[in-house]
Design a protein around this ligand. Structure first.
Ligand code: ZN
Length: 148
């Protein structure tokens, strides 16, 4: 397995420290960096320190990991933010320049389900609870914020 010449193509938050570094075998990794090498057939998922060495990049992996940590911290505070109730009885939150609405679905075949809207964009899914819809909205918001 080559030790140098890798490129980081993605980074992921496992949500718990359950990962193992594919390069050095270190355990209890939460944030994995997905590495690609032109002469190696598989992608390798590794920890931040190994990602830096493998790609000879001492900024990129750290930035990606900081971003994921920031996202995880925001996600954990998301449900306890001050959601307000609109005149129509929907929950809403104005944040990061977006208007986020969580609402009970009106269609009879979606009874008891919840949906969300980020500005004018409706979420694609329906959710079993308002909190699940809020998390769905958070993921959609994060996508929007990551676009620029
Ligand atoms: Zn490692």
């Amino acid at each position: 397995m080559p030790h140098k010449g890798w490129r980081c193509i993605d980074a992921d938050d496992l949500g718990e420290t359950s990962g193992v570094c594919g390069m050095c075998g270190r355990e209890e990794i939460r944030y994995v960096h997905v590495m690609e090498h032109p002469e190696y057939p598989e992608h390798l998922e590794v920890g931040c320190v190994c990602a830096e060495k493998m790609a000879n990049d001492y900024e990129g992996p750290r930035q990606r990991e900081a971003r994921l940590k920031n996202k995880a911290a925001r996600r954990s505070r998301w449900l306890t933010r001050k959601w307000r109730v609109s005149r129509k009885g929907n929950l809403f939150l104005n944040t990061d320049g977006f208007n986020i609405i969580v609402f009970p679905c009106k269609q009879p075949w979606k009874q008891g389900k919840w949906g969300f809207k980020v500005d004018d964009g409706f979420g694609n899914n329906v959710y079993a609870s308002a909190n699940e819809a809020k998390i769905g909205a958070f993921e959609a918001l994060w996508e929007r914020l990551s676009d620029d």
